[in-house]
Design a protein around this ligand. Structure first.
Ligand code: NAP
Length: 442
């Protein structure tokens, strides 16, 4: 039995929700808690490393805060261990007072479109994972040779994908985009990117800073049809952030036709009131069929008018879902674990996107982490004296698991920094075996 009065907490997932939960546990119990943060990969930080765009380094800087948590004595990183495969959730429930699933939402939601499985059609988890060097998607090998790309969705992920497709090599200076993506993007032939929004400019889910960025790229020419914009007076009803975003769209519309131009330009066309209906092609995508919509009570209603545009590449940026884990109830419709305010069952909890779905900013996960710890504190009291860490270590030894520690990760980190191209913060390893070798554990 473990020491009584020291709560043993397992957190599954080392992204923002996981580290904020660990931070909250430290604030709640000080030295009277031990937190083990598991990750199936040998590297920490989840969404920060693999989701946040490689040219948004200031956002990635939040990992320094997580590092401070990771380096404290009562928190440890247990990398390269997949819960549900190497160790089951019920096994962890037997070892820890509380198990918190902070696994995010790493899978693409399907649109259910005919042709969605054609070649060169990707969900944003896969496409973003490719340019961010996620081991699951490093081999994606998208063909960027076609002149026309279509990005579906009007959220911030769509903006990330458009921006990455539109940038010049020089504009990636200082980013940690992986070499395979940088080289492919440099040789790309994309000249026109269409962003499909099934609703209108007032319904976009793009935040002002991210949308404004599109207006300041070297060769991207954002274009909005002025006819799609509601009368300006109606912007007054929007919240301030949304009003600012729509202001950017108005500025793009005001630039007009004359602004499009040089051979080097990449046109970025916002096509609003445009719902994808089918992806067309023979083995590989060639075009996309779209139905014009109109708004009724805020919903997109098809008008029956359809048209087709060419598409050599399609990226669906329509949202994510959590990956199910054996022995954990899963809500298929919502795409996350079945839970009541973070509690799945006594001793098992979820937090962040795994609890509430893929919405909000990175910072939204902090109050989430604190809320789940408050709930756990009320549920477990002084703890049941469970085995916690030593118990897991015994299990890991029995099973011959190759656990990667935070100290091991720092070796990987160091090696990635050393192999960075000029001006880049790092060159990521994109293969788990290479990460493990860099950690000295091969
Ligand atoms: P999102 O904000 O939920 O946007 C999804 C978009 O896809 C919406 O425009 C939605 O339209 C559209 N959509 C959904 N289903 C569709 C379908 N079947 N056909 C056509 N369009 C469809 O999701 P996200 O862009 O994946 O972003 C996830 C979260 O991460 C958001 O909270 C986002 O702000 C955040 N994020 C932030 C940043 C940043 O701050 N820099 C960067 C990336 C992501 P409807 O509105 O009509 O449903």
């Amino acid at each position: 039995m473990g020491e009584c009065g020291v709560r043993q907490i397992a957190v599954i997932g080392s992204g923002p929700a996981g580290y904020y939960t660990a931070e909250a546990a430290q604030k709640q119990w000080g030295n009277d808690v031990q937190v083990d943060i598991f990750d199936r990969l040998p590297v920490p930080y989840g969404l920060i490393r693999f989701g946040v765009a490689p040219d948004h380094q200031s956002i990635k800087g939040v990992s320094r805060r997580y590092e401070a948590t990771a380096l404290s004595d009562n928190v440890r990183f247990v990398g390269n261990v997949m819960i549900g495969r190497d160790v089951s959730v019920p096994e962890l429930e037997g070892l820890y007072d509380a198990v918190v699933l902070a696994t995010g939402a790493p899978r693409d939601r399907k649109a259910g479109l005919p042709g969605e499985d054609l070649g060169n059609v990707f969900g944003s988890a896969a496409f973003v994972g490719w340019y961010n060097g996620h081991p699951d998607f490093a081999q994606l090998d998208p063909d960027l040779g076609g002149a026309s790309a279509v990005v579906i969705g009007n959220g911030n992920v769509a903006l990330d994908v458009v921006r990455i497709l539109a940038k010049t090599r020089a504009e990636f200076a200082g980013s940690d985009i992986v070499a395979h993506a940088l080289d492919t993007l440099e040789g790309a032939g994309v000249k026109r990117i269409t962003i499909l929004g099934r609703r209108g400019p007032h319904q976009i889910a793009m935040t002002p800073k991210e949308l404004g960025e599109l207006g300041h790229l070297a060769r991207a020419m954002p274009r909005v049809d002025p006819a799609d914009l509601p009368p300006e007076a109606e912007d007054a009803a929007l919240d301030p952030g949304q009003r600012k975003s729509v202001g950017h769209l108005r500025a793009f519309a005001a630039r007009g036709e004359g602004a499009a131009g040089t051979d080097a330009a990449v046109e970025v066309d916002f096509d609003f009131f445009a719902a994808p209906r089918a992806i067309l092609g023979d083995g590989k995508v060639e075009a996309i069929e779209i139905e014009r919509t109109r708004l009724e009570d805020g919903q997109a209603i098809g008008t029956g008018e359809t048209y087709t545009i060419p598409a050599g590449l399609v990226v669906l940026c329509i949202g994510y879902q959590t990956s199910p884990i054996p022995d954990v109830p899963f809500d298929d419709r919502a795409g996350r674990f079945t839970n009541e305010d973070g509690r799945i069952r006594s001793g098992l909890y979820c937090v962040g996107w795994a609890r509430r779905g893929p919405s909000g900013t990175i910072g939204t996960n902090r109050p989430d982490g604190f809320a789940v710890i408050e709930k756990i504190a009320a549920d477990i009291g002084a703890g049941a004296g469970k085995d916690g860490r030593p118990g897991f270590d015994r299990l890991a030894a029995e099973r011959g698991l190759k656990v990667v520690t935070f100290a091991d990760w720092r070796k990987i980190d160091e090696a990635e920094m050393q192999r960075a191209r000029d001006g880049a913060p790092r060159e990521k390893f994109v293969d788990v075996d290479h990460m493990i070798a860099a950690a000295g554990k091969a």
